[in-house]
Each structure stands twice: as C-alpha cells, then as structure tokens.
Design a protein around this ligand. Structure first.
Ligand code: MN
Length: 248
C-alpha cells in the first residue's frame, strides 16, 4: 500500500500551500494510490529511475526510503542503479550507491536474496529448525497459529525437503496450497506432480512423500497441518540428485 503522504504540508505548507496540497492530495492521494493500475512498488521503481536520471539526489534519497517501505530490497535497489548507470551515466551511480547505503545500512537481512514479490504472504525467517531435513535454503512464516496451523514455506530454486511421513492415529496429514512459482510433489513409488500457483495437494497421513521447488524457480506453498490424534512427522532419506534432476 502506498503510504499516505503529508510531506508537502509538512515541509511546504506555509510557503507554498497549493503546491503542498497538490503534492499530498493529488500526486500521492490520487495518482500514487491508484494501485489497481500500477503497484506502489512499481511506482517507486520508475520514480527512482526518473530522479536518478535527472541527478536529483536529495529527492532520490527520499524515494529510496519510500521504495524500501514499498518492499524494494537493498539488493533490488543496487541492481536498479547498476542498470540505470548504463542509460543515465556512470558518475550518477557513484553518487547514488552511498544513498542506498545510508537508507539500508550495512546490515544483511536473513532474507536478502529472496524475491520480494513472490506472493501476498510473508517469507518469514530462514527455516533453521528443519534445515537438516531440507536440501537448499527454505524459509518459514507462520500464517495462522490458532485453530488450524498454517505456515507459508518458501523454497529457493532447487530446494526440497527429504522424503517424510505425516503420521497420525486418526485424522492428520497435510494440505499444500501453492501460491507462487513452480514446484514438485511426489509420493513414494509414484510419478512426481508439477505444482503451480492455485494447485492444492491433499496428503493423507501415513503416505511417504516430498515437496519442493523446481530447479529453476522459487516456489511457495502454504502448508496446512491437518489436526489429528498423535500427529507427528517422520523424516527419512533425502531426494537424491539423480531422482531430482530427472524431473527438471
Ligand atoms: Mn509434507
């Protein structure tokens, strides 16, 4: 969501009240906020490009801050300036990179490198608790911790979990609701099924299986833990490189 702007009134309300009103109510209130036409993140990217091109560094810094609020990552900001350098001039990039440093700081985020526009669900944190049962990097975000637990699982390209079984005395099992990218689901002894956003996988309790990303695509699914008596997961062997390569 584009943030409601008061910058015009805050800074220029006294000197140029009509400019301030046009800035806050028309430019931001009516144009920036028309997100059904162009997202706030995209509007930030084109505005950053325009200000960079014009060499408007104080304004560029303000829009790097706004772009960060609209979901642009440090890595994406660096990539943007790197490309723009070819079109607008090398020295401008030298002036712009320090602004990115000021806005984002030195700190590396644990989710640096994860595309910011995968889906509407959060990426969460690196999935360290289960990392031993995964090949590649995955991320886990709780979507619901009440009633029925739901987690958003993000897999980097090539990442998949080991063969595993969701056990339960009654009920139990797992549902996967795919929300982004391309991935795979396979039950033991069966052909793998290719997964796309909107696909739903119903995994009965007791069935040995694995799920994960395609080798060339990020992948996200919601994992719904179906309540069951004595529900627990049993983790087995990894999906071998040979089996996995055959799919992709
Ligand atoms: Mn599973």
């Amino acid at each position: 969501m584009a943030k409601k702007q008061t910058a015009g009134r805050d800074h220029l309300g006294k000197l140029a009240p009509q400019f301030a009103q046009l800035n806050d109510d028309v430019l931001f209130g009516e144009v920036w906020s028309r997100e059904e036409r162009l997202s706030a993140r995209d509007r930030s990217l084109i505005t950053i490009a325009a200000l960079f091109s014009a060499g408007q560094y104080p304004q560029l810094k303000s829009h790097l801050i706004l772009g960060k609020e609209h979901g642009i990552t440090k890595q994406e900001a660096v990539e943007t300036i790197t490309q723009l350098a070819f079109y607008c001039g090398w020295p401008k990039a030298w002036s712009a990179f320090p602004l990115i440093q000021e806005v984002y700081g030195e700190e590396e985020s644990p989710t640096d490198g994860v595309p910011s526009n995968l889906s509407v669900f959060p990426v969460g944190q690196p999935n360290t608790a289960y990392a031993q049962y995964f090949i590649g990097q995955s991320y886990l975000a709780p979507v619901s911790t009440e009633q029925v637990p739901v987690f958003n699982v993000t897999f980097e390209p090539g990442c998949r979990n080991n063969w595993h079984i969701h056990h339960a005395k009654s009920g139990g099992g797992q549902m996967l609701i795919c929300v982004s990218g391309r991935g795979w689901y396979q039950e033991w002894g069966r052909e793998a099924r290719e997964l796309h956003p909107g696909d739903v996988v119903n995994i009965p309790a007791g069935v040995k299986h694995w799920h994960g990303a395609a080798s060339d695509s990020w992948f996200q699914h919601l994992a719904v833990e179906v309540p069951g008596e004595g529900a627990r997961a049993e983790w087995c062997e990894p999906v071998t490189e040979e089996e996995y390569v055959k799919l992709n």
